[in-house]
Design a protein around this ligand. Structure first.
Ligand code: HEC
Ligand code: HEC
Length: 387
């Protein structure tokens, strides 16, 4: 008790210090307390949660960010956060499916359907890099309409096809539940429950999701490049790697190895038209959002981590298998005024790769080296609800 008061005093003093010093104090000096026995019983009656915080954000359990991760985990799996209480974030972002789902369009509340394919939250090496990094695109959704994870989450909760609740309704519910009162108290000590806390907690949880335990990473950590044959890869996987470097890496490299960058160090592009026939004139991606003809048919270049787990593919889930995706790039590219240069032949027509069936299989084999099979087993990302 004495110590915690001492630290509160430090914190209080911190308010009057310059920003950076204050941040440091806040992170390091918040008094660390365990749940009381009563609180623990309340939580454990409903959730499978440990007394000791799980590590979400920092190697020290005393870092309060970890408590935000736990709060976020419960919110992520809570179906009460949807208009008819049938859907949670996890309904469309399923841990066993690379945090995507297996439908072209996802099932939302009130028998509604989303108008696009669910994006995999494990599609990049680490979601954290995405958000707040100086060089990775911190823009979310297929048309990149959200510029922060917090905006994305708020929009998702309010979208009638996804969760369909007003933030005030979410807040009233969270405030009314004794379990959330406890989780919140430890995640945001001495604060009353606010909208931003709900969004931040979900953010810490999502930022902790990373797909790095892959065959690809094991090899890449040794060589630091994907341009040469990779140690531990089969011959077929290496053929696929080489085809990927030649034909795919210019767009998808950032989600794999933090490549490629232009000479100025910037990502070359984060959205593109990849030659899909535009089946739905209502959905022209970035062009529908901003009304610019030069952006019509451009969609986010998705991360390819765990792509083996996230079928069906593309913004409208039109391809059921990776083989179909590879055939698209091999022979199916359709011309469009905004078709990306890298998918055009020198005469300006859509490129044809003319791959043999062995080469097509090799590309798929390479894509499968990007799967993190341990992600599905990770307890800190799993459903904490007992029933
Ligand atoms: C009913 C299905 C559904 C539910 C429920 C749902 N999502 Fe999504 N999520 C989607 C779809 C579909 C997209 C892509 C939408 C788009 O681009 O227009 C998406 C996109 C995202 C993205 C963007 C990823 C990226 O790479 O740009 C994030 C992050 C996300 N959802 C998190 C959440 C969180 C957090 C929740 C719960 C608060 C949630 N989702 C609930 C279907 C769902
Ligand atoms: C010009 C940039 C570009 C190049 C080159 C490119 N892609 Fe893509 N890729 C995209 C875009 C953009 C999308 C999303 C398009 C959409 O849904 O409208 C995409 C989608 C995908 C998807 C679907 C992922 C998902 O989660 O739905 C896979 C798999 C894929 N590409 C693999 C490849 C492979 C393999 C190659 C090389 C043969 C390749 N891409 C070359 C831009 C590119």
């Amino acid at each position: 008790m004495k110590t915690s008061r001492f630290f509160s005093l430090l914190l209080f003093a911190g308010l009057f210090l310059p920003g950076c010093v204050q941040d440091k104090l806040e992170v390091e000096e918040i008094p660390f307390e365990y749940y009381t026995q009563e609180e623990l019983s309340t939580l454990q009656a409903k959730f499978s949660l440990n007394e000791i915080p799980d590590i979400y954000n920092s190697a020290t359990i005393t870092n309060p960010e970890n408590r935000k991760g736990t709060f976020g985990r419960v919110l992520f799996y809570d179906k009460q956060l949807s208009s008819d209480k049938s859907v949670s974030c996890a309904s469309c972002h399923d841990q066993s499916k690379g945090f995507a789902d297996d439908k072209a369009f996802s099932d939302g509340p009130e028998n509604r359907k989303t108008t696009r394919n669910s994006l995999a939250l494990g599609g990049v090496p680490s979601f954290q890099n995405y958000n707040g990094s100086s060089f990775l695109p911190d823009k979310f959704f297929w048309d990149e309409r959200a510029t922060s994870l917090s905006d994305q989450t708020e929009e998702t909760i309010q979208n009638p096809d996804e969760m369909g609740l007003e933030m005030d309704e979410v807040l009233d519910y969270v405030k009314s539940q004794k379990e959330y009162q406890i989780l919140h108290k430890y995640a945001f000590p001495n604060k009353s429950i606010r909208k931003q806390h709900v969004l931040d907690a979900l953010g810490v949880f999502m930022n902790s999701i990373h797909a790095e335990n892959t065959k690809f990473n094991e090899a890449f950590n040794k060589t630091g490049t994907i341009n040469n044959d990779m140690v531990g890869f089969t011959n077929i996987e290496n053929i696929g790697r080489s085809l990927f470097v030649e034909n795919c890496n210019s767009c998808h490299g950032f989600s794999i190895a933090g490549l490629p960058f232009s000479s100025s160090g910037q990502l070359q592009s984060t959205v593109a038209n990849n030659g899909l026939e535009l089946l739905n004139s209502e959905d022209l991606g970035v062009g529908s959002l901003n009304g610019h003809t030069t952006d019509e048919g451009k969609f986010k270049i998705p991360g390819l981590r765990n792509v083996e787990l996230t079928a069906p593919f593309m913004h409208d889930g039109r391809f059921a298998t990776l083989e179909e995706v590879v055939e698209h790039y091999n022979s199916g590219i359709v011309n469009h005024p905004n078709l990306h240069e890298n998918l055009k032949a020198s005469n300006g027509e859509p490129k044809r790769l003319n791959l043999t069936s062995e080469e097509k299989g090799a590309l798929v084999a390479f894509l499968k080296t990007l799967t993190d099979h341990t992600m599905a087993e990770e307890i800190i990302w799993s459903d904490p609800f007992i029933n």
